[in-house]
Design a protein around this ligand. Structure first.
Ligand SMILES: [Zn+2]
Length: 516
């Protein structure tokens, strides 16, 4: 450590990549989420983000945070190689300019892919480690859905994962990493990391950490530091099933004080617990077919005085029409709302027509051929304009939410908000920003995986999860993996929900070129 007060660099570059989506996440997408310099410090302090946690701990310890660059693009298609190169170079340049430093705090997702890089986080950490030298402490916070490579683990000093999905502890995770770094700099701790992979992957829908037995596994990881002397921290990573990478799947990271063997032994025990529970973790019973799910949702909505949440979880771009088209046709008597439908063309037409206008719309069918086809309708424009506001939900508190040109449309008794910038609806902001009252609805149609549970699980009469052929299907045997090694459970078999075991996987379809 330098003789003066420590200087800690703070940065982030995060994306959860669905490798199979044809739309790349480009430089402009990352730039739209990027902050630097004072904007990073002032814009992210106090937010629910990982950086919010880094900054809170550094500020409380009166340690100087040196901002690099921070961009979290959430979930989308693969990062473009150009975008990866740009941010790798920028992080390296800013790291060089920030010297002398005592440590680096980074947020990476862990499930980014690019067309040519199955392990971009490993490539980025290799570049930063080569530049910083072997001794600079580099603490990295990763998403619970990281597909961690052993190479990543070998390049950081310690790593930390969100304990929960919904990710309500992003800032706390940043705090864990920052506290460990400060303890190391002060000589109070000597963190040693062990990472153990488990050849198991779950559809994201089953990674809700309140679901047993995943809840028991997470509870065990939470209890470790108190119960096992010398353990500093433990994280369970569920992996991300929709990123095609050799490192797909679960892993366990344990950080122990000065004792890598202890970290390894405890990580092995947790990994064995996960492997033992592999069948129970695959909750096939939670997912229904499109037809069965929508029928039961309509029945429940008619009998209940609270809204039913229908989850079209396989949609990765917020523009699938499998459920919307059927609900418009089969349930015209119900009040259905679909928030954040991503359709820039329709949003632009509604904005041009203005509030009060009636327009013909062709919803969807603008990106992936698996997204359900176009839905034609006559719509009334209830509101249209630019939509931007400050997030208030448990995961987006304090963050600017920018939806671009947007509109609230009414089709019969159904309403939908149509947006130009793709983001998923996970909290009440998505409704309230357009004046929709959740309690007044019969059915709310969402495309979240687990994050919606933080808000809607206590409010909804029921959550009905339907599977569709889209890119986020619960039937992993339908996905055209190329890089996943043999033996990752359950990919070697095809007994996913609603499918017969001998059904052949679909060939990768020809996609339209994207506009993401
Ligand atoms: Zn995640």
């Amino acid at each position: 450590m330098t003789a003066t007060a420590p200087r800690i660099a703070v940065g982030g570059f995060a994306l959860e990549s669905v490798s199979f989506l044809p739309q790349e996440t480009g430089l402009a997408d990352f730039e739209s989420q990027a902050c630097r310099g004072r904007d990073l410090i002032e814009g992210l302090a106090g937010t629910a983000s990982v950086a919010g946690g880094f900054l809170e701990v550094l500020s409380a310890a009166q340690v100087e945070a040196v901002p690099l660059v921070y961009s979290d693009c959430s979930a989308a298609g693969p990062a473009s190689d150009a975008a990866f190169e740009h941010f790798r170079e920028e992080l390296q340049q800013r790291l060089a300019a920030a010297a002398p430093l005592d440590g680096l705090l980074l947020f990476l997702h862990g499930a980014m892919t690019t067309p040519t890089r199955p392990d971009p986080e490993g490539d980025l950490l290799a570049a930063l480690r080569a530049q910083a030298g072997p001794d600079l402490p580099i603490m990295v916070a990763f998403d619970l859905h990281a597909n961690l490579s052993p190479r990543c683990a070998s390049l950081c000093t310690a790593l930390f994962g969100f304990h929960f999905s919904p990710h309500v502890d992003m800032a706390e995770t940043g705090g864990r990493a920052a506290r460990c770094l400060l303890a190391k700099l002060a000589g109070r701790q000597d963190p040693k990391l062990a990472l153990v992979k488990v050849p198991l992957v779950l559809p994201s829908i089953f990674t809700a950490t309140a679901l047993a037995p995943l809840s028991d596994i997470v509870d065990r990881s939470l209890a470790l530091p108190a119960e096992v002397s010398g353990v500093i921290d433990a994280s369970v990573f569920c992996g991300f099933a929709y990123a095609d990478t050799p490192d797909i799947g679960f892993s366990v990271a344990v950080v122990a004080d000065g004792d890598r063997d202890l970290a390894r032994r405890e990580a092995d025990k947790l990994a064995a617990m996960i492997w033992q529970q592999r069948d129970a973790l695959l909750h096939a019973e939670l997912v229904q077919s499109l037809e069965d799910g929508l029928r039961s949702a309509q029945d429940l909505a008619l009998r209940s005085d609270r809204p039913v949440v229908v989850l079209e979880h396989a949609d990765r771009l917020n523009n699938s029409t499998w459920c919307l088209g059927r609900l418009l046709k089969d349930a015209p008597e119900l009040s259905v709302h679909c928030p954040y439908f991503w359709d820039p063309e329709t949003a632009a037409r509604a904005v041009a027509a203005g509030s009060g206008a009636r327009i013909s719309v062709e919803l969807g069918d603008k990106t992936a051929v698996r997204s359900g086809g176009a839905v034609s309708a006559e719509a009334e424009v209830l509101w249209a304009g630019e939509k931007r506001f400050l997030g208030r939900g448990p995961m987006r508190r304090g963050r600017q939410i920018d939806l671009g040109p947007s509109a609230l449309l009414r089709i019969g008794r159904h309403t939908l908000s149509v947006v130009s910038l793709c983001t998923s609806a996970i909290d009440l902001d998505a409704l309230e920003a357009f004046g929709i009252d959740f309690a007044e609805l019969d059915i709310l149609l969402l495309r979240s995986k687990t994050h919606f549970r933080a808000v809607y699980e206590p409010l909804a009469a029921a959550i009905v999860i339907v599977d569709t052929p889209d890119w986020g299907t619960a039937n992993l045997s339908r996905l055209p993996y190329r890089l996943v090694p043999p033996g990752v459970y359950p990919l070697a078999r095809s007994a996913a929900p609603g499918q017969t075991a001998d059904e052949p996987p679909l060939e990768p379809p020809q996609e339209k070129t994207g506009n993401a």
